[in-house]
Design a protein around this ligand. Structure first.
Ligand SMILES: NC(=O)C1=CN([C@@H]2O[C@H](COP(=O)(O)OP(=O)(O)OC[C@H]3O[C@@H](n4cnc5c(N)ncnc54)[C@H](OP(=O)(O)O)[C@@H]3O)[C@@H](O)[C@H]2O)[C@@H](O)CC1
Ligand SMILES: Nc1ncnc2c1ncn2[C@@H]1O[C@H](COP(=O)(O)OP(=O)(O)O)[C@@H](O)[C@H]1O
Ligand SMILES: [K+]
Length: 510
């Protein structure tokens, strides 16, 4: 799914209206009906909670007025508050104001003394500003936003939380609605996918409103959201006469004393992701652990007991994963150096292998083109420097990928894949239960297996993060977030594959 800018979204609106020969007011009606379906599903009118709708002067406010009309028809207890501004009101705002049933209580807000009491059980709809925000909020509006934020009511932002820019940085001092829920139209906004914006966006949902598919597919964008159809389209069926040689031989260089668990998790995940053969290279202390815990993997050991010190023969592998539990012994540093300089097989580089690389500029320069790096934000900071904000981090990600011709899987909620051509792919699966030791090791195993099976680096990253997060979501559905373990995710990888493979492209759902 493509992510468009606020400006492109406006063009998409206009294009859609023109192509379908409908007015912008009719398109707005479509959007608010989509909102209503979502809203009624979540908050039934039978609860009797008052719905306070705060409307701005633009089309976002127009949405608010149209929503007020529909909710009133559906027996909700609706009150409308209209922001008085020095400027003018948008035509579709005015049209919807004219269509607002007289019984609906409405009030103009000019100063703080006009603010209504907001009961704790109220539902507040923020329709002050949406994608039309063109400067930070100021003056009286910030008082209103702070007043809403201080209330105990449930706040629902329509399209965008007011004050948040869809695709540009906000200053730290900006006043922004802190929504519990954001219901947005057609496509996610870039800001929804950035860690520091979670406080404002809350739980977000996107509902389709039938914007032109042609316009969206032709619109240039560097940002993509990994929807299920994309993952499903990449995954190939295993041919009937396939044999273990058809699915690649992966090598995992991993483990040190006390961290062999990382190797076990990574190896199991690799084997559960369809690789033909797996060899693990680990310190000799890991031999019995690996042979016992992962009998399907072949184990080759380093002469050192507690860490790896020498690069083994790497000439026969289709992919090499390195890093989980590796440690940073100086001999391991040498091993990493030799691997980067001599490998012909594609690399997946994680954890301590990344930390070793971060400490040596020359090693950074010798990262082979098309390598996949899987840092968490701290590891990325060591590699690429400190980011001033989320947008700056995306810039650093782009620069790093371009400079080293590599793919970087920047992990977190909405893991972001950076590519050498400057595009970004945000993951849609996963949950906070996955913030627990070992889940990153699982991801390394999955991606290494996919690369060994000859998926391209980008395909491996996209399908890898999607399956990984989906396995986490399947575990969550079974046992919740708190008890989720990395090893549970490995157990659910099979179900995650099945779910992706069962995607019905016609019905667009699993
Ligand atoms: N396809 C879709 O997604 C569809 C989207 N739709 C909806 O349209 C929304 C976008 O509507 P929009 O373009 O009218 O912009 P909106 O956010 O209402 O505000 C613009 C107004 O605010 C003003 N202004 C700006 N910044 C300001 C500030 N800081 N402080 C004060 N004023 C400020 C600016 O005027 P200015 O003062 O700059 O002259 C202008 O008057 C979108 O989010 C969605 O809800 C649906 O209806 C149809 C399908
Ligand atoms: N809040 C979250 N929501 C979704 N996924 C998360 C969240 N927190 C962590 N994850 C995922 O869990 C994994 C953690 O990886 P990492 O930090 O390397 O863990 P470890 O080093 O313990 O293996 C990453 O894939 C990341 O995307
Ligand atoms: K809004």
């Amino acid at each position: 799914m493509k992510i468009l800018t606020a400006a492109q979204t406006r063009l998409a609106d206009a294009y859609t209206a023109e192509q379908e020969n409908i007015t912008s007011l009719e398109l707005m009606e479509r959007a608010v009906k989509a909102f209503l379906a979502w809203f009624e599903d979540k908050f039934t009118s039978k609860t009797g909670r008052p719905v306070l709708i705060f409307c701005g002067p633009g089309n976002n406010g127009g949405d608010g007025l149209a929503i007020a009309r529909l909710l009133h028809q559906h027996n909700y207890n609706v009150q409308v508050f209209i922001l008085s501004t020095n400027g003018s009101y948008a035509p579709d705002f005015k049209a919807n104001l004219n269509r607002l049933p007289e019984e609906i209580v409405r009030k103009h807000l000019q100063q703080a003394s006009d603010f209504p009491e907001i009961p704790a059980n109220a539902l507040v709809l923020d329709t002050l500003f949406g994608t039309g925000l063109n400067r930070p909020l100021s003056g009286f509006i910030t008082d209103l936003v702070q007043y809403i934020n201080q209330s105990l009511a449930t706040v629902i932002a329509v399209d965008m939380p007011t004050g948040l820019f869809a695709d540009a940085p906000n200053a730290p001092e900006d006043i922004i609605i802190e929504a519990d829920f954001t219901l947005s139209f057609e496509l996610p906004k870039l800001a929804f996918l950035l860690p520091s914006k979670a406080l404002y966006v809350g739980e977000w949902t996107v509902v389709p409103i039938g914007l032109s598919v042609k316009f969206i597919s032709q619109a240039p964008s560097s940002y993509f959201y990994i929807s299920p159809d994309v993952a499903a389209a990449i995954l190939k069926p295993r041919p009937k006469y396939g044999h273990k040689g058809s699915f690649g031989h992966a090598l995992l260089i991993s483990g040190s004393y006390g961290k062999m668990g990382a190797t076990v998790l990574s190896s199991r995940a690799c084997l559960r992701s369809g690789v033909g053969l797996l060899t693990v290279y680990c310190p000799s202390a890991g031999y019995f652990i690996l042979q016992t815990a992962v009998p399907e993997a072949m184990t080759v050991t380093d002469p050192k007991e507690q860490y790896t010190s020498q690069l083994p023969d790497i000439s026969t592998y289709n992919a090499i994963g390195i890093g989980p539990g590796l440690g940073k012994a100086s001999a391991t540093h040498q091993l990493v150096k030799q691997l980067l300089e001599t490998t012909k097989a594609p690399l997946v580089i994680d954890a301590d292998a990344l930390n070793i690389i971060s400490e040596d500029e020359n090693l950074k320069k010798s990262i082979p083109p098309d390598s996949i790096l899987t840092p968490h934000p701290k590891e990325f900071e060591r590699l690429a420097g400190i980011a001033q904000n989320d947008y700056h981090r995306l810039e650093l990600l782009k620069e790093f990928c371009q400079e080293h011709s590599c793919y970087v899987v920047l992990k977190g909620a909405h893991t972001c894949i950076g590519t050498p051509v400057g595009t970004f792919y945000f993951n849609s699966t996963g949950n906070p239960g996955m913030a627990t030791g070992g889940t990153g090791d699982v991801l390394t195993g999955i991606i290494t297996a996919l690369v060994a099976q000859h998926y391209s680096p980008l395909e491996s990253c996209i399908v890898g993060v999607y399956l990984h997060g989906l396995a986490g979501d399947l575990v969550k559905a079974e046992i919740g977030e708190q008890a989720l373990l990395a090893s549970d995710m490995v157990s659910y990888l099979g179900k995650a594959f099945l779910e992706v493979q069962s995607y019905d492209h016609k019905k667009k759902k699993f």
